[in-house]
Design a protein around this ligand. Structure first.
Ligand code: NHF
Length: 483
């Protein structure tokens, strides 16, 4: 018998509505991949997945009003206005209300304001299915911003108010846990339950979401193991260890239709595994565009993304300074930490003939760089999944990465270079290895071909989420029968 599982995704951002980081790629691609899964072979299951986002002021999408209700708070009512937009065929609900309107940025520098805004969003979004008469089975929250919804769901379940709904949390970045909820919970008349969380975490959104979730997905199998250790567990490792049976590592996918070197309009020369020699034209075009010497055989190293200590940008800049007796060119694209931006500018000023630093967000230039450079540096100190290394491989740019999180799970020695500690020394050794292999065209091509042929599609991840949804609903039913 065919069955539809209804899932409401809750997220702070989703491409193309609003995008700050990699989270937006996942919350845009995964629900659509789930919706387009062919019906399950055995149970004939399909997914009606929909997405709710805060109606940030920067969102300009067309939307039609569909619901209007209010949340009781400290003796008054806070209005919630919801409008519906579409992403392909998927309904996207944009939730509007005073706490969202009064805070301009998606993420501000004021954690208290963000906590207030996302608490309102989480609680308002949780009520939405009732107003839509949409009989939701699973609420799927992402990161700290929406984790409170799972806690509120658990409270409802304890009160046996409505049909039990399962709660799933995908963890994209453990260190970001949100701000103190003690007063906010009280104002919405929600109790703070006794939990086995450490004292400092008892009233933070992400830990409460982790406590409440029926399943926790971590965006790569390696990061799922790493968060159980003191080095990566951010103080929650013991708490998480007690829940390890609920934790699943599922690697993010890549939008392989959009990131396709054979069809990407941003590339001067498009290519496939068979015509990989055409890549050379992209390199020459990029050297020309950026005013670097047109040298086809010099190794070109690239780095693209947020300029952040997490990403190891400081390590990359330090290493290049130590390797100036070797020929290379370096292209850096991104924005972020002001001190790192200054350090990058300083490197360019010192080596104007071989370094180009483009301090901006430019997705078209990024695609050109992926399709032109020879080596892609990603010395992240930790990396829950990482997307750039997958794009790099798909575009024939050989990754050199710290063996952590999703980098370990996507970059193999057949496709790139891995080093074990995030240090200048280890990164230098890995770069030297890459430089030594680079002149061997056959072996270099083999690395590129292996990367280009790897399967990073969302279909693979969506199938794993589909199995997990079904298992979670099954256990919930079993729990209900037992109670
Ligand atoms: O890819 C989306 C992204 C990850 O490693 C990335 C990160 C934040 O740090 O899951 O979330």
């Amino acid at each position: 018998m065919s069955k539809t599982i209804r899932v409401l995704f809750l997220a702070a951002e989703a491409d193309p509505f609003i995008k700050v980081g990699g989270l937006a790629d996942v919350t845009s691609a995964l629900p659509r991949a789930l919706r387009s899964l062919p019906p399950d072979r055995v149970d004939d299951v399909t997914f009606d997945v929909r997405l709710a986002l805060p109606h940030h002021s920067a969102i300009k999408a067309e939307a039609r009003p569909i619901a209007f209700y209010s949340l009781p708070r400290a003796g008054r009512e806070v209005e919630v206005r919801v409008s519906e937009s579409l992403l392909g065929e998927m309904p996207v609900y944009l939730i509007h209300g005073e706490p969202i309107a009064s805070s301009g940025a998606v993420y501000s520098s004021n954690l208290a304001i963000d906590t207030e805004k996302y608490a309102f969003f989480s609680l308002a979004a949780l009520e939405l299915p009732r107003y839509l008469n949409w009989d939701v089975d699973i609420v799927h929250a992402h990161d700290w911003h929406t984790a409170l919804a799972l806690y509120a769901l658990l409270l409802k379940r304890q009160n046996r108010q409505e049909k039990p709904i399962a709660g799933l949390l995908t963890l994209h970045n453990l260190p970001f846990m949100g701000g103190d909820l003690t007063e906010i919970l009280a104002s919405y008349n929600l109790p703070l339950l006794e939990t086995d969380l450490p004292a400092w975490a008892k009233a933070l959104p992400l830990p409460l979401g982790l406590f409440s979730a029926d399943a926790i997905v971590v965006v790569s199998p390696t990061y799922a193991r790493e968060i159980l250790t003191p080095e990566f567990g951010c103080g929650l490792q013991d708490f998480l260890h007690r829940r390890r049976h609920l934790i699943h590592g599922i690697l993010n996918g890549l939008d392989t239709l959009s990131f396709d070197p054979a069809a990407d309009p941003a590339l001067p020369a498009r290519f496939t595994v068979e015509t990989i020699d055409l890549r050379q034209q992209n390199k020459l075009a990029l050297q020309h565009k950026l005013g670097l010497p047109a040298e086809p055989l010099i190794p070109m190293i690239a780095m693209i993304g947020r300029l952040d200590r997490q990403k190891g940008v400081d390590l990359a800049l330090a290493v290049l300074r130590k390797l100036t007796d070797l020929p290379w060119q370096f292209v850096l694209l991104g924005i972020g930490d002001l001190a790192l931006e200054d350090a990058a500018r300083a490197l360019q000023a010192e080596f104007p003939g071989r370094v180009r630093v483009e301090l901006r967000f430019d997705s078209q230039l990024a695609r050109h760089i992926y399709a032109a450079a020879d080596m892609f540096l990603m010395p992240s100190r930790y990396e829950p999944c990482g997307l750039a290394q997958m794009i790099a491989m798909r575009y024939g740019c050989v990754p050199i990465v710290h063996a952590t999180g999703g980098l370990s799970d996507t970059v193999t020695e057949e496709r790139g270079f891995l080093f074990k500690t995030p240090s200048v020394r280890a990164l230098r050794a890995a770069l030297l290895k890459a430089f030594a292999l680079y002149p061997n065209r056959e072996r270099w091509r083999a690395l590129q071909r292996a990367g280009l042929s790897a399967d990073f599609s969302w279909l693979r991840s969506a199938k794993r989420y589909s199995d997990l949804y079904q298992n979670v609903l099954h256990s919930l039913r079993v729990q209900e029968i037992r109670q």
